[in-house]
Write a protein that binds this ligand. Structure first.
Ligand code: SAM
Length: 280
C-alpha cells in the first residue's frame, strides 16, 4: 500500500491537470483513477478513503502525466463508448466523437444490406451500424494500415468480424461493386487550421484523420465523384461535415448527380450530416 489515499491522490491530480490547462480536471482525474484501480467510475467513491495500492498509484501517476501532456483521455484508457459499443482507441485512430452518432442514427432510419465506410478509423461507424442490423455486411476502408488493425480488433472483440471486412485504399481506389449505403466522416479541417486546434487533437490524433490538405472540402469532392458508380439503385450516401460546411458539401454532392440532399442537424442543432440518394 502507498501512503496516499484515493482522495488525496485525486486532489493532487486535479491541481496538476488544472495547472496544465486541462478542461474539466476533476472529471478527468476521476476517470483516470477509476481506470488505474480497475473499478467502474460509479464505484470510485467507495475506494477513495483507503490508501491506494502502490501499483495503482503508479498507474495513476503515469496516466495523469500523460493527461497533463494533453493526451486525450480515451487514448490513455484505451477505450471509448460509441453508441454503447466499447471501442479500442489508440493514437493511430480518431477518437470517435459523440456527434458522429447523429450520422449513425440517420443511416439506421432506412433499411440497408451492404454498407461501405470510407475512412473507417477505429471502425466506429461501420461497427455501430452492423451491431444494430444483424443481417447487414460491410466494408471499411482507410489509408492507414495502423488504423485498420485497430478496426479489425474492434470487429473481433465485438463479434462482428464475420460481417465486417477492412481493406487499405485511397478512397475509391480498388473498391468494387455497389452498396445500399455509403457512409463517411472524412478529414475536413484545412491544413492551415490544424495549428489552431486544441492540443489533444493537434498533437495526439493522426494528422490524416484531421486534414485532407489545403482544401478542407477535398475529400468530399473525391467521395462525390466516385459515389454514383458505387451506390445501388436508390442507395444512400451519408457524410458528416465540419461546422459550417454542410451547405457547401450538399452542393458538391448534388453537383455529382446525387439527389435530394438533406441536411440533418446534430444534438446541438448544427447542420453536420448530409444525406443524398443515387439517381436511380
Ligand atoms: C475523421 S477520421 C474518421 C474516423 C472514423 N470514421 C470516425 O468517424 O471516428 C477520417 C479517416 O479517414 C482516413 N483517411 C484520410 N485520408 C484517406 C484517404 N485518402 N483514403 C482513405 N481513408 C483516408 C483517416 O485515416 C481517418 O481514419
Amino acid at each position: 500500500m502507498s501512503e496516499m489515499t484515493g482522495t488525496e491522490a485525486l486532489a493532487r491530480a486535479t491541481r496538476r491537470l488544472a495547472a496544465a490547462g486541462v478542461e474539466g480536471p476533476e472529471r478527468d482525474a476521476r476517470i483516470l483513477l477509476a481506470h488505474a484501480l480497475g473499478v467502474d467510475r460509479g464505484r470510485l467513491l467507495l475506494a477513495l478513503p483507503a490508501p491506494l495500492p502502490a501499483e495503482a498509484l503508479e498507474r495513476f501517476e503515469a496516466a495523469v502525466s500523460a493527461r497533463a501532456a494533453r493526451q486525450p483521455v480515451a487514448q490513455i484508457t484505451g477505450q471509448r463508448l460509441f453508441r454503447g459499443l466499447r471501442l479500442k482507441v489508440t493514437p493511430d485512430v480518431l477518437d470517435p466523437r459523440p456527434e458522429t452518432e447523429t450520422l449513425v442514427e440517420v443511416a439506421l432510419a432506412a433499411p440497408f444490406g451492404r454498407v461501405l465506410d470510407l475512412g473507417t478509423g477505429s471502425g466506429a461507424i461501420l461497427l455501430a451500424l452492423l451491431a444494430e442490423r444483424p443481417g447487414a455486411t460491410g466494408l471499411g476502408i482507410d489509408i492507414s494500415d495502423a488504423a485498420l488493425a485497430v478496426a479489425r480488433e474492434n470487429a473481433e472483440v465485438l463479434g462482428l468480424a464475420q460481417r465486417a471486412a477492412f481493406r487499405r485504399a485511397d478512397w475509391w481506389e480498388g473498391v468494387e461493386g455497389r452498396f445500399d449505403l455509403i457512409v463517411s466522416n472524412p478529414p475536413y479541417i484545412a491544413a492551415e487550421e490544424v495549428a489552431r486546434l486544441a492540443p489533444e487533437t493537434r498533437d495526439w490524433e493522426p494528422r490524416q484523420a484531421l486534414t485532407p490538405g489545403a482544401d478542407a472540402l477535398a475529400a468530399y469532392r473525391v467521395i462525390a465523384a466516385g459515389a454514383p458508380a458505387h451506390l445501388a439503385p436508390g442507395g444512400r450516401l451519408i457524410v458528416e461535415t465540419g461546422a459550417g460546411q454542410a451547405e457547401a458539401v450538399a452542393g458538391i454532392l448534388a453537383g455529382a448527380g446525387l439527389m435530394r440532399a438533406r441536411i440533418v442537424k446534430d444534438l446541438d442543432g448544427r447542420g453536420r450530416v448530409v444525406e443524398v440518394r443515387s439517381v436511380a
